[in-house]
Design a protein around this ligand. Structure first.
Ligand code: NAP
Length: 520
């Protein structure tokens, strides 16, 4: 089988009545399925445990999206053994079969697109367009990695190496082993699907520990992969808190690699634990870790300040600022600072906040109470470090709703300008000129995304060379990377720069074997 050229999944136009009706119907269907109990999936077994995880709707925290059996260490061990046994056959399954299953998973997701988006609305508080983009990205990852696996495993292994007289040489790619996949909640379908399918299509088996805030989407993905034909044991679904089973899975001697996306703190812990030799482990574990950001957009003197304000607003407050790529610092040159602030205030105050399943709202809730409290703490700190331009408090009585908040006059080295807040809080920093703005932009431990608005090609060139981030955007917002178009991953404490959705990503899930045969 050869798949047609990759094309990004189109985003849904919800201004069309038929698309609105389809999404309404999907939301109603999902509503009727809320609150059900879901088992662990290890091999062909469905295992129920008394210890439950509750997934709650952050727009209405009393609404239980679903309950999930939690794994203890003994069940995590069983999942590792199962994945390890399944590797023996899965790693030898023809790559063409793995590719076909991956493409089938994409097709099933496409058929169930609005239903998946409706689950995303309910479980993590994404609005319709944000949920739709999450689902589209999951489909894209599946389609993109299917094609890259086809090239990687179907390519001519002899053509990769230089010829030499008297020998036949080749370099072929083979899988690694059992991978522990640990996704975050903020792209509950896309990131879980991307990391899981990259592992599986390359012939590895997986123990998936979903985020405790989004087990439902991980479970929906599990079911889709099962329907797509991935055999039992190849993917094992093991919810449980990071603290209870996370360290156990990472340090397990049979873990060959960990694919993690989440916070800097947890990523560094995983990296450290995975590096320590443990009895019975005969390899150096590979860690693919994509972590947090403190992303800045630099605003130079520009012809159209309105465009810059729009881009900053969307990048800062889309999905309540809960994207690793979200703009959390606007660094504005002095000459346009006051005008930028006045336009920004007017634009941000137009944002409507409320339940994410109501399409009239632009911003929904933040993910949970812990997050709400932590962001509120940052807003309080911001009131001391700078001046609240707009927002600064709770947006509605029920649910974890916060106002879109802009804090101006923030010092470039302060808490607000340095720490990842992961919520709808934008700090605005004044710079005396473009060079100082770039200096401020680079002055954090992170290096994920960044943006620059400028009319001056020489300054854009300078930013391209010296703004040290994995994904730099010129004269556009710093969020919204498309699979295949904007390979994604960060520098410094933002991670291992794996470039998810890029041409080299699958190599991280393989090892290369060189075979030389004397023929003369
Ligand atoms: P998190 O708190 O680090 O959790 C991420 C995952 O790690 C969850 O599944 C969590 O499980 C698990 N975990 C926690 N402790 C663990 C341990 N000791 N061992 C193994 N696993 C453990 O992050 P989050 O709140 O879900 O996600 C938000 C963060 O992700 C932000 O920092 C954001 O910037 C980052 N992010 C980065 C990217 C990127 O591409 N760079 C993309 C998306 C998000 P529990 O839920 O059970 O604790």
């Amino acid at each position: 089988m050869s798949l047609p050229a990759f094309k990004n999944e189109a985003l849904t136009d919800f201004s069309r009545p038929e698309n609105r009706a389809a999404m309404e119907a999907a939301l109603a269907k999902v509503k009727s399925e809320l609150g059900r109990d879901h088992p662990l999936r290890i091999g062909s077994e469905k295992i129920t445990t008394p210890d439950k995880l509750k997934s709650l709707n952050p727009s209405r925290p009393s609404e239980v999206v679903g309950t999930f059996s939690k794994a203890d260490v003994a069940l995590a061990e069983k999942a590792m053994q199962t994945a390890s046994a399944a590797f023996e056959t899965w790693s030898r399954t023809p790559a063409a079969d793995r590719v076909a299953m991956t493409a089938r998973a994409a097709a099933i997701m496409r058929e169930r697109k609005h239903e998946l988006s409706a689950w995303i609305c309910h479980e993590v508080g994404k609005t319709w367009p944000e949920a739709d983009a999450d689902t589209a990205e999951a489909i894209d990852f599946a389609e993109y990695y299917a094609r890259h696996a086809e090239a990687l495993f179907g390519g001519d292994a002899h053509a990769r190496v230089a010829p030499i007289a008297g020998e036949k040489n080749e370099m072929r790619y083979i899988p690694l082993g059992v991978g522990v996949v640990i996704p975050p909640w903020n792209f509950p379908l896309a990131i879980a699907t991307g990391m899981t399918l990259a592992s599986l299509v390359t012939g590895n088996t997986v123990v998936l520990k979903p985020s405790s805030d989004s087990p439902m989407l991980a479970y929906r993905m599990y079911e889709i992969l099962e329907a797509a034909g991935f055999p039992a044991g190849v993917l094992n679904f093991v919810p449980g808190s990071g603290s209870a089973i996370g360290d156990f899975l990472v340090t397990h001697p049979k873990t060959r690699f960990v694919a993690f996306t989440g916070s800097k703190e947890v990523g560094l812990r995983i990296n450290e634990l995975a590096a320590k030799p443990v009895k019975g482990c005969i390899w150096i574990k590979r860690v693919v870790a994509e972590m947090g950001g403190k992303d800045a957009m630099v605003i130079d003197k520009v012809a159209d300040l309105d465009r810059a304000v729009e881009a900053v607003t969307v990048a800062a407050f889309g999905y309540q600022g809960q994207k690793c790529s979200a703009c959390s610092r606007a660094i504005v040159v002095e000459s346009v600072y006051d005008e930028f602030l006045s336009k920004l205030k007017a634009r941000v105050e137009k944002i409507k906040v409320g339940a994410s399943d109501d399409p009239s709202n632009y911003m929904g809730p933040v993910i949970n109470k812990g997050s709400f409290d932590s962001i509120t703490g940052y807003i309080e700190a911001g009131k001391k470090e700078g001046t609240v331009l707009t927002g600064g408090g709770r947006a509605a009585a029920d649910g974890y709703f916060l106002q879109p908040t802009v804090i101006a006059g923030v010092p470039a080295t302060g808490k607000l300008a340095q720490e990842e807040i992961f919520g709808p809080v934008l700090s605005v920093i004044k710079a005396k000129d473009f060079d100082q703005a770039l200096e401020f932009a680079n002055n954090t431990e992170f290096g994920l995304t960044g943006g620059v608005f400028s009319d001056d090609p020489a300054r854009l060139k300078k930013a391209s060379e010296s703004f040290h981030v994995g994904n730099l955007y010129l004269n556009r917002k710093c969020t919204g990377a498309f699979v295949g178009v904007h390979p994604f991953g960060g520098f410094n404490m933002s991670g291992t720069d794996s470039k998810a959705g890029g041409p080299d990503y699958l190599l991280l899930f393989t090892q290369a074997k060189t075979i030389s045969e004397k023929i003369a």
